[in-house]
Design a protein around this ligand. Structure first.
Ligand SMILES: [Zn+2]
Length: 148
């Protein structure tokens, strides 16, 4: 028996290309709350990040733990049946993520990954975003940007 029910599986399947998922909306709210100027779904940036912060020259990807294989995360399980199918699928996703990372690096764009499981706690998410963005080479003046 598959560990995923049919409904659960179709829910998972539908999520991969879905825009404005709950984790995405949570990240969007947090960025807005902290006054970061972020554009959603920039087609002109490699890998079409979920958010792009021009002031920070930073692309933010909100990744589903299951599809993008969040290491050590309980949501990144492998279904018990059709194992080969899933392994192939996961491999392709990981390769695609790596390619995007390489292209962004080449283009001199910083990349931040926010995992789905990291969006459950809004407070922690904001701290994480602030910490990560503080590390990116800001294009703003020396005064910087209030991140608290
Ligand atoms: Zn996770």
């Amino acid at each position: 028996m598959d560990t995923l029910t049919k409904i659960h599986r179709s829910w998972n399947m539908s999520r991969i290309r879905e825009k404005n998922t709950l984790p995405e909306r949570t990240v969007k709210k947090s960025l807005h709350f902290m006054n970061y100027k972020a554009k959603a779904h920039m087609r002109s940036i490699q890998g079409h990040p979920d958010f792009f912060l021009k002031d920070y020259n930073t692309a933010i990807f909100v990744h589903g733990c299951f599809w993008h294989r969040h290491k050590g995360c309980k949501f990144a399980y492998t279904p018990k049946s059709r194992t080969v199918f899933w392994k192939e699928k996961f491999k392709r996703n990981i390769l695609r993520d790596r390619t995007v990372a390489r292209l962004l690096r080449k283009a001199g764009i910083a990349r931040i990954t926010i995992w789905e499981c990291q969006t459950k706690d809004a407070e922690k998410l904001r701290l994480r975003l602030a910490r990560l963005l503080a590390r990116t080479p800001s294009l703003l003046s020396a005064k910087g940007h209030a991140v608290s």
